[in-house]
Structures are given as structure tokens and as C-alpha cells.
Design a protein. Structure first.
Length: 270
């Protein structure tokens, strides 16, 4: 691991709940002091977006940061949700009320629209049970054109089945949400996620000419290539550890009750 210190990105404003940090020209990280995920304001020449929005309870504090950046909520054209977890999407319903477009990968959109509380981790975050409407269902290869920013949508499953990464190739900006964090930290594998998918997604990120990592949690990083290298090594280690645990649990004896339950359910259809 490199001994060089990370770049100090300037903190423009701070309140009791979150900080507004300059990531690049017209790009800001809103970093929350509680369990909420980071939000990112990208102010384009043609339109302006937020990438993730944190928890609903943090919305008033986030508005303070947006107002300081002279970009209040009514100036946000679209909110892009990186995946379905409530620490990333909890405040999105506030933007539904303002007629802002909400976008997410189709797999995340389906879970959010059906209010799949297990997938969204509602009990973990104790968020209001308010519906969030998704207006735009994103797919791999979509382009979000903001004028002076062009964000390519990459489907990067692993943390969940629905995770997306946004990448601006010209500026080297990598909005990786919970797929990759500074220091090679991984966001964990939840519900519909997969370690094997995680590894494949990280390998895709390794092939990008990224300059700044803007992740779902933690600080900004100007060493994304090193971060992804470490994450790949860790994910392979996690895959090996999981295989050993699976063997230790004696898979055959543990799966037999499950298979019997399936057989019993099938009998009910006769």
C-alpha cells in the first residue's frame, strides 16, 4: 500500500449533520455524520443531478448544504439512486413531492416500487414507510448527459444485484457507491448480492482510467486504481473464506431440510 497521504479536499460548509466538500469543479460531496450514505451534487451546464440522497431524517441538513452551493432542491433536475438500500434512498420521497425525476437501475426500481422492505433494509434504518416513485429505469450503457458532464451507467452488481456505478471518462470521476470505497473497503454482500459478481464488477472498475473515487461512504479518494486493486484482493479472500465456512457447515445436511420443505410445498399443488 502506498504511503502517500490522500489529497485534502476542501470543506466548504459544515452543520451538525453533514459537510459540503468540493470534489472537483461543480462536483460536491455531501457527507453525513451518521449512518447515511454520501450524496453527490453534480452541477452541469445543461442540468443538475444528485447521486443518492441519504436518510429522510437528514433532509433538512442536506438542504442547508444545497442552499450553500446555490443549488436548492428545486434546481435539481434528477436524483439518481445507486441501489435500493435506504441509507442511500431514504430522502428520495422529498424529491418526488417536488416533481424531480428519480432514476435507478431497473432491478432497484422494481424493489423500491414494490416496497420490498427486506431488500431495502427498512428495519436496519427505521425510515418512514413512505412510497418512493421511480420515473426512469436505467440500464447498463445508458448515458446521463449534463452538458459538461457525461456519466456512463455501469451495472456493477455484487453488493446487491441492482448496484450501478457512474463514470465520467473525460474527467475520470468514478461514482462507485458501495461497490468500492477508499482504501479498498467493500460495502459487503447483501440479500441479492454475490461475491463472484462483486469480483467481476471490481475487475471492470480496474479497467477504467479513473482519477477520483466518489464512494457511498467515507472520504473522497484520489487513488482509485490502488483502492480497486486492494478491494479485488480482499474479495478473493472473502470468496475463499466463504467456501471454507460452507464446507464447515456440512452443506448436504443443512440443505436437506430446505429441499424437503420445497418437496412438501410442491405436494400442496397436486
Amino acid at each position: 500500500m502506498s504511503d502517500r497521504k490522500p489529497t485534502a479536499f476542501p470543506i466548504l460548509m459544515k452543520n451538525d449533520t453533514c459537510s459540503l466538500i468540493q470534489a472537483a469543479e461543480d462536483v460536491y460531496q455531501i457527507r453525513f455524520s451518521n449512518r447515511a450514505a454520501n450524496a453527490y451534487l453534480v452541477r452541469g451546464s445543461a442540468r443538475t443531478i444528485l447521486i443518492d440522497v441519504g436518510l429522510s431524517t437528514n433532509f433538512p441538513a442536506m438542504v442547508e448544504c444545497l442552499n450553500f452551493a446555490e443549488c436548492p432542491p428545486e434546481k435539481i433536475d434528477m436524483v439518481v439512486l445507486s441501489h435500493e438500500h435506504l441509507d442511500h434512498i431514504g430522502a428520495a420521497w422529498h424529491f418526488n413531492e417536488r416533481r424531480t425525476f428519480i432514476a435507478a437501475h431497473r432491478l432497484a426500481a422494481n424493489k423500491i416500487m414494490l416496497r420490498d422492505d427486506f431488500s431495502m433494509l427498512r428495519k436496519m434504518f427505521n425510515e418512514p414507510n413512505v412510497p418512493i416513485n421511480i420515473d426512469i429505469w436505467l440500464e447498463e450503457g445508458n448515458l446521463i448527459d449534463l452538458g459538461n458532464f457525461r456519466l456512463n451507467v455501469m451495472h456493477t452488481p455484487g453488493h446487491t444485484s441492482a448496484c450501478i456505478t457512474l463514470f465520467d471518462q473525460d474527467k475520470g470521476l468514478l461514482f462507485a457507491a458501495d461497490t468500492l470505497m477508499p482504501g479498498g473497503v467493500m460495502g459487503g454482500v447483501f440479500g441479492s448480492g454475490s461475491i463472484a459478481d462483486y469480483i467481476q464488477s471490481l475487475e471492470r472498475l480496474k479497467g477504467l482510467d479513473s482519477k477520483i473515487l466518489l464512494s457511498g461512504h467515507g472520504r473522497l479518494s484520489d487513488t482509485p486504481q490502488e483502492d480497486v486493486r486492494i478491494a479485488i484482493a480482499r474479495s478473493h479472500g472473502l470468496l475463499e473464506d466463504t467456501a471454507q465456512l460452507f464446507d464447515a457447515l456440512d452443506a448436504r445436511s443443512n440443505f436437506e431440510p430446505i429441499m424437503q420443505s420445497v418437496r412438501d410445498l410442491n405436494k400442496l399443488d397436486d
